[in-house]
Design a protein around this ligand. Sequence first.
Ligand code: SF4
Length: 366
Amino acid sequence: MKTPFKPRELAKFQRTLLAWYRRNRHALPWRASRDAYRIWVAEIMLQQTRIAAVLPYYERFLENFPDVHSLARVPQSEVLRLWSGLGYYSRARNLHAAAREIVSRHGGDFPGTISHALSLPGIGRYTAAAILSMAYDVPLAALDGNVARVLARLFAIRGHLRGPGHWRALTCLAEQHLARSAPGDWNQALMELGETVCTPRNPRCAECPVAGHCRARARNLTGTIPAPRRKPRAVRVRIAAAILRDPRGRTLLVRDPGAHDRVLFSRMWQFPAIEVSRQPRVELENHIRATLALDGSSLSLEALPAARHGVTFRNVTLLPFLVELPRLPKPRRSRALPLEALHRLPVSSATRKLAAAAAMRDAIVH
Ligand code: SF4
């Protein structure tokens, strides 16, 4: 365990960083109030997603669901529809389930204790600490990747952040250095320092308000702490999808329980699709013939431009095929609607990319 700061140094360190944060903090909508609901929604959206990507979704979400009651009242599909494009859809499902629990078990207020917060779907230690400290001033340290990197550098902890015992050691340091008088601001100050100054590569130490306390800087180790984490090699996947279309311009979306469904289409409405190897056209044709009862029909599959899609450690190539049919089939759990009305349903960004390929083809042809 690294030695924490002595009391006098700790007080100076906290004063300096809090003052820097209060002068420089970015005006973000969830910082405008201490409403636990607004902070909670923001924290969930910000998991694995950058602030710039979250902002438009956040505004729209709160316009539609200004409080936990309005969120709890709607069906899950409506929440997923507004989340469409933001990715990691289990977050939206958990948010909705937690809203219902907050209404039914906590009278509509986000719970104020760590044990109750942790019992809600989708809330882990970091998220609970962030919400409780920011909304209710509960003295809990919130350790995310940014904060962990700042602490690792301040205390010159070598190795990668998630190395054996490291995360636990960093958690202890975060607790020991927490400014208990203002835990919400404190947690956000460390996060903001990590995001804007103590960045993963080329930290801007000359602008850092706490450079005088930093052991990595004193020992010239800022370039090597934290050590990079070895990433697993990306798996390549090819998915062929059929954009069926009838003479009225309607297309077919299904809920396909295929193996790729969970990752790529997030169990939402999607085009009929299958993972393919060497002969995408043939494999897709066989798939739709078998699953959509198209046995007798003559099918023409027109290849549209492929699209790339990255999902954690997967490099996915999407291969859309347009299939014009006199009549759309009606499999179980399917929807027929015009392509341009796709936004009415919850769909993943992979489905949007496939639809965009068909729209682009139409724009060129007509
Ligand atoms: S001095 Fe540099 S490495 Fe140390 S905390 Fe500040 S920005 Fe990070």
